[in-house]
Design a protein around this ligand. Structure first.
Ligand SMILES: [Zn+2]
Length: 399
């Protein structure tokens, strides 16, 4: 199959079943890779830890013949790029991250264990299983294509892998790298966790913004000088009522005041108060509007000052024609493999938002199937791994 193919995979269902059997045979190896990666804890805020898992992953891609390149970051772990193949065609970009939300030591209470069909552990679902699937899908493709397609590192087409170290904390350090590689790619496959027990892929994600609203008033003694004070908490309470009304569920626009702080003692009229706000937009065209409304907030009480910082930091991933086409290709491959691949629109963002925001066809949620991302019961379903790997391998060929 070549890169100009737009149709469903042309290999027969017999071939699809042969590939599925290959990944069934390699299932324990995929599990072993996930376990190895989960057992190297990698919280976003610990550079040494994240760099360690990056090194282990780099070795795996290097063994497959990939050309490894680290983008060094000072305050975060290094971002890992691996290139397979030359310039014969536009590469497919396999995108993901190796940081997790769990602090060092979490393994003690949340060990990596295979119990019945579940593999547990910090980051097992989000998204160390996705990284393992990349490695094994590429290894499978090399085994099937190796001899006749030497020029692409044994793959049917050029492939670029990008794994970043800061996705869980907003991707500030890696965003420019993600965007520059996406612009050169034919399509972006994001191996973030899939959606639900059936493993649906994600064809739309909301855009995400974060704002800080700070109110300054004037402190005074609540008993002796009550009238000289200007209560910042009261002002903030009024603002919160107003901000919360910006939510428009029909448009998929939500505004959540998630954290408030302020005041010092009950007998002091508070001079300071602040609120942290999460904003989600389903459509790019709503992003500028909500940003403007946030920035236009003015104090109800003129004696107060109000300061607004932040903004929309991930654009929405909308279900464009390019996204829909990728989903159609994925579901055709899944059908040949014998199952029905669903799709979902979700509220959470990923680095796929950046690539889709540039207009590059992006399909997200191709990684592990399971539940409990960022939670103590995080796990993947082991039985889903072989067909997931077969789906990813098929997509790398087809797009
Ligand atoms: Zn993730």
């Amino acid at each position: 199959m070549n890169s100009s193919s737009r149709k469903a995979p042309t290999h027969s269902s017999v071939e699809a079943q042969r590939r599925l059997a290959y990944f069934d045979e390699h299932r324990d190896e995929i599990v072993a890779t996930i376990r190895e990666l989960v057992e190297i804890e990698s919280p976003s805020d610990n550079k040494a830890a994240v760099d360690e898992v990056a090194e282990a992953i780099a070795q795996k891609f290097s063994r497959l013949g990939g050309e490894v390149r680290f983008h060094r970051a000072k305050d975060f772990g290094s971002h890992l790029q691996v290139n397979f193949g030359g310039k014969s065609a536009k590469p497919v970009l396999l995108l993901g991250h190796y940081d997790t939300v769990y602090p060092l030591g979490t393994l003690a209470t949340m060990p990596c264990r295979a119990v019945h069909n579940r593999l547990t552990g910090p980051g097992a679902l989000d998204m160390k299983s996705g990284i393992a699937l990349m490695v094994h899908a590429l290894a499978g493709l090399q085994e099937w294509h190796g001899r006749e397609k030497e020029q692409n590192g044994g793959l049917p087409r050029p492939v670029t892998v990008l794994l970043v170290s800061d996705e869980e904390v907003g991707s500030g350090s890696s965003r420019a790298i993600t965007e520059s590689l996406a612009k050169k790619a034919a399509a972006v496959l994001v191996l973030e966790p899939s959606y639900g027990r059936q493993g649906a892929v994600k064809t739309a994600r909301k855009g995400v913004g974060e704002y800080l609203v700070k109110v300054s008033g004037k402190a005074s003694h609540a008993g002796l000088d009550f009238q000289k004070g200007v209560n910042a908490i009261l002002e903030l309470a009024r603002q919160i009522e107003k901000i919360s009304r910006f939510t428009d569920l029909k448009k998929g626009l939500t505004v959540n005041v998630g954290i408030v702080s302020g005041g010092s003692r009950t007998n002091v009229v508070p001079a300071e108060a602040a609120a942290r706000i999460d904003v989600r937009v389903a459509r790019m065209k709503d992003a500028a509007g909500i940003d403007k409304r946030m920035r236009s907030l003015r104090p109800f009480n003129r004696k107060c000052k109000i300061e607004i910082t932040g903004g929309i930091n991930r654009p929405p991933m909308e279900r464009t024609a390019g996204v829909a086409r990728l989903y159609a290709q994925a579901s055709a491959i899944a059908r040949e493999l014998g199952w029905k691949l669903g799709e979902a629109a979700v509220g959470g963002g990923s680095d796929g938002n950046f690539t889709a925001g540039l207009g590059i066809p992006t399909l997200d949620g191709l990684g592990g199937v399971g539940d409990g991302a960022h939670a103590t019961h995080e796990h993947i379903l082991i039985s889903e791994l072989p067909r997931r790997a077969a789906l990813i391998a098929g997509l790398i060929e087809a797009v």
